[in-house]
Unconditional design. Structure first.
Ligand SMILES: *[C@@H]1O[C@H](CO)[C@@H](O)[C@H](O)[C@H]1NC(C)=O
Ligand SMILES: *[C@@H]1O[C@H](CO)[C@@H](O)[C@H](O)[C@H]1NC(C)=O
Ligand SMILES: *[C@@H]1O[C@H](CO)[C@@H](O)[C@H](O)[C@H]1NC(C)=O
Length: 250
């Protein structure tokens, strides 16, 4: 017995050491609903990976929920509005719907137009990449802020209500003619110069348009179109925790 105690000690120190490491590198994304109405966050893991928090849940006004992505996780988080789900979680949303279900299925993102928080969580000491994107349009105000991280940890987001300033032919209306979302110029007009496709498929040939500039002016810290200026749209931070706040100004 005494012969193995050194080995046992080594074994237990290994468990303690790995336990400590995973605690230190664990990222927490806290989702906060500051809106006066419920929001149903939807989550999509890239490459059809396992969904976090079952892919979606309801957040009452004032409620918060922690999401803990593993190192290397890449995916999107958005807010669904105007949802109606039955007890089994079947139903639909006015915006951001992910296939008529509370828990977004593997590989199914939010219906556009939708404001997106996008993450690639760093691995092995590499920084995280994160942004708020209006490339797929806008449906809700969102702030994305860091806590505790090191580096150039800037806040991303879209604090302005783009529903109000949305041009007529980009508006999405509910049954009572309220504006509930704003389509991207690409989705509304399907032109290559707005979608950065065809001859416009690179940074050099797809400059900002009057319509993408309208999104950028309202939300300067969000991606307004596919080749937006990275310095003001895509951010990095190492070893951070994050907060996503819906209706940050409410
Ligand atoms: C992130 O939050 C978790 C849980 O609150 C905490 O244990 C961890 O230390 C935080 N990370 C950093 C880098 O502060
Ligand atoms: C934009 O949509 C949100 C959420 O659906 C709604 O609360 C808000 O009143 C809308 N804004 C306008 C100007 O219609
Ligand atoms: C990047 O953006 C920040 C904040 O807007 C600004 O201070 C900085 O000068 C920019 N850097 C470059 C290289 O454009």
């Amino acid at each position: 017995m005494a012969r193995f105690s050194g080995l046992h000690l080594l074994f237990f120190s290994f468990i303690i050491a790995t336990g400590t490491i995973s605690l230190v590198s664990g990222t927490v994304i806290t989702i906060v609903n500051s809106c006066s109405f419920p929001v149903w966050p939807g989550l999509l893991t890239g490459d059809k990976g396992a969904q976090l928090n079952d892919g979606g849940f309801e957040l009452a006004p004032g409620a918060t929920m922690d999401v803990t992505p593993p190192a290397g996780w890449s995916g999107r988080i958005w807010g669904r509005t105007g949802c109606n789900f039955d007890a089994s979680g079947t139903g639909s949303c006015l915006t951001g719907d992910c296939g008529n279900t509370l828990k977004c299925p593997v590989g199914v993102g939010g219906a556009t137009p939708v404001t997106l928080a996008e993450f690639t969580i760093g691995k092995d000491g590499r920084p995280d990449n994160y942004d708020v994107s209006l490339v797929d349009g806008y449906n809700i105000q969102m702030a994305l802020t860091t806590r505790d991280g090191t580096g150039d940890c800037r806040s991303g987001g879209c604090d302005s209500d783009l529903n109000g300033s949305c041009p007529n032919d980009q508006r999405v209306l509910d049954g009572a003619n309220n504006v509930v979302a704003c389509k991207s110029a690409c989705e509304a007009f399907k032109k290559p110069e707005y979608c950065c496709t065809g001859a416009f498929d690179k940074l050099e040939t797809c400059p900002p348009t009057d319509l993408s500039k309208m999104f950028k002016a309202a939300c300067p810290r969000a991606y307004s179109y596919a080749y937006d200026d990275k310095n003001t749209s895509l951010f990095t931070c190492t070893n951070a925790n994050y907060s996503i706040v819906f209706c940050p100004k409410a």
